[in-house]
Design a protein around this ligand. Structure first.
Ligand code: ATP
Length: 243
């Protein structure tokens, strides 16, 4: 991972550039990284603020997997990020299903996995990670400040971003080697899971489901216990139910 790093000062979105690289046959492990993104997106087209001081990168992966298993990349990247934070700081990262890494309950990163597939085979996966690293919280949009945080805000000092990226890529590579053995990856992921065992509400554009988050299925779905029955949820926003 990262043998080929393409570095920019300012880009629209590292995911977009990585996608173009992937479509031009860039090798697996290619990483696109920028100091600043001006049009980065989160899930379902949401905006992701990416000012200077953060770590904004996208990796190209080419797993031998069926497209339905692409969500595994979200697990491996959130796990790698949580491990990096745990290894390099004294903070206690938690992962909120499916894609948020939290510090003290606030979101420190955004993760967006995108896919290119042909027939029934993944051609490439773009794993985009945005980390609020050396950013003053007041430089994030006002509307996210109450639920977002930055490493700088939590630690009271700047981190070494190069070292952070080195560890992050190392952990992504380690987890990527386990992509065909999802259970092993999940076991490790669950050590950081914030959602499992809690009463939650999962909202999507179509509906809201309340239940107890009991586990993650082999296909990446969140398993909820709803009125004594197990239900699988594949996407949506999780909030904790305080009752
Ligand atoms: P949520 O954060 O509500 O769980 P999500 O996981 O779908 O949503 P992402 O795709 O990770 O969201 O990112 C988009 C959302 O993240 C935006 O709607 C905004 O609320 C929030 N956001 C935008 N920029 C940042 C940032 N730099 N740090 C933390 N949160 C941000």
């Amino acid at each position: 991972m990262g043998q080929n790093i393409i570095q920019y000062d300012e880009v629209d979105s590292t995911n977009q550039l990585a996608k173009e690289q992937a479509e031009n046959n860039a090798k697996e492990g290619t990483v696109v990284i920028a100091e600043k993104q001006v049009a980065a997106k989160g899930r379902v087209g949401r905006k992701f603020s990416s000012p200077k001081g953060g770590i904004w990168l996208s990796c190209i992966l080419r797993p031998d997997l069926k497209p339905v298993l692409a969500t595994r990349a979200t697990y491996l990247s959130s796990l790698a990020l949580a491990k990096t934070i745990a290894e390099l700081t004294n903070l206690d990262p938690k992962i909120k299903w499916p894609n948020d890494v939290l510090l003290n309950g606030a979101k420190v990163s955004g993760i967006l996995t995108e896919m290119g597939a042909e027939l029934d085979q993944i051609n490439y996966l773009i794993v985009g990670l945005g980390i609020n690293a050396n950013i003053d919280k007041k430089n994030l949009p006002v509307e996210v400040q109450d639920r977002a945080t930055t490493l700088y805000h939590e630690l009271g000092q700047k981190i070494d971003r190069i070292k952070f990226v080195q560890y992050l890529l190392k952990f992504i590579e380690e987890s990527y080697r386990q992509i065909n053995d999802f259970n092993a990856l999940l076991e490790e992921w669950k050590k950081y899971a914030y959602t499992i065992g809690k009463k939650v509400v999962v909202s999507s554009a179509r509906n809201k489901i309340s239940g107890i988050a009991i586990d993650i299925a082999e296909d990446g779905a969140l398993i909820l216990e709803v009125d004594g029955q197990e239900k699988k949820v594949y996407s949506g926003d999780v909030s904790l139910r305080h009752q």
